[in-house]
Design a protein around this ligand. Structure first.
Ligand SMILES: Cc1cc2nc3c(=O)[nH]c(=O)nc-3n(C[C@H](O)[C@H](O)[C@H](O)COP(=O)(O)OP(=O)(O)OC[C@H]3O[C@@H](n4cnc5c(N)ncnc54)[C@H](O)[C@@H]3O)c2cc1C
Length: 226
């Protein structure tokens, strides 16, 4: 995959934060993996639900795509996109383009073209071999990060009454019955350890990066779940 950067000297505000389920200090770039990668995944697990085309309706459902605004785009920059990659009623995650552009990007575009790489209409339709400007998980109006917290969590909290949120709480251990069925989680809030029980299921979404002693995959390792 070849990509060019813009807004690297821009001034849109990015909060570097740790939030529930995601988005610590990332660059905000929004895109999707390649159709080939999903094809391999579907093949490896023997389940065609995981092909790019079969997952596309779900991808579309969570993203609200804001087409580029020509009035904030420099004259030498074009931002093609594939409208069929998005749905009009998708959301709540906002995907858009920043209002700041770095001059080097158009030169990089020229360089990639000269090297023989084709121009892509963004990185959302399963193709990654080529070059394009990035779209970002970014609120187009405030030019601030649209994160899992500002979009999904706030949206859920605004209309869900049975969602309990435990702040500053560390998951220490998944409680397994007969070493097989997850029935709860042992957690710690401000030094107090207690058990949260699950009636139906425990969903583990603590990321793949181990950043301290207690972060996943450590959580899984302590339970022997791989
Ligand atoms: C430097 C960097 C830049 C990146 N840039 C981009 C980008 O521009 N675009 C892009 O799409 N992706 C980017 N990524 C990748 C992206 O950030 C991850 O793929 C994504 O955040 C994974 O989401 P997640 O919810 O699975 O996990 P995470 O974002 O890792 O979230 C897991 C959360 O669980 C919490 N947690 C972990 N263990 C525990 C525990 N024991 N108890 C309680 N809470 C716990 C963590 O504190 C964290 O808040 C970047 C990643 C890095 C490191």
């Amino acid at each position: 995959m070849l990509v060019t950067f813009y807004n690297i000297s821009g001034t849109y505000r990015v909060a570097r934060t740790t939030v529930h389920s995601g988005c610590f200090g990332r660059a905000n770039i929004s895109g999707r993996s390649s159709a080939g990668a999903f094809e391999k995944w579907a093949h490896e697990v023997g389940d065609q639900s995981y092909t790019f085309n079969n997952l596309l309706p779900f991808f579309k459902r969570s993203v609200h795509f804001n087409p580029p605004d020509p009035s904030s785009t420099p004259r030498n920059v074009t931002l093609p996109y594939n409208a069929s990659s998005f749905s009009n009623d998708g959301g709540p995650l906002e995907v858009s383009f920043p209002s700041h552009f770095n001059a080097i990007s158009s030169w990089l575009g020229n360089a990639f073209t000269e090297m023989g790489f084709g121009r892509l209409p963004g990185f959302f339709d399963g193709r990654l071999f080529g070059w394009s400007y990035f779209a970002y998980s970014l609120d187009p109006n405030s030019q601030t990060r649209s994160s899992s917290e500002t979009s999904f969590l706030r949206d859920a909290l605004s209309h869900t009454t049975n969602l309990n949120f435990y702040k500053s709480t560390l998951a220490k251990r998944i409680i397994l019955e007969n070493c097989k069925v997850a029935t709860g989680v042992l957690v710690n809030t401000a030094g107090v350890e207690y058990k949260l029980s699950a009636r139906r299921e425990v969903i583990l979404s603590a990321g793949a990066v181990r950043r301290s002693m207690h972060l996943t995959p450590h959580v899984r390792y302590t339970e022997g779940v791989y």
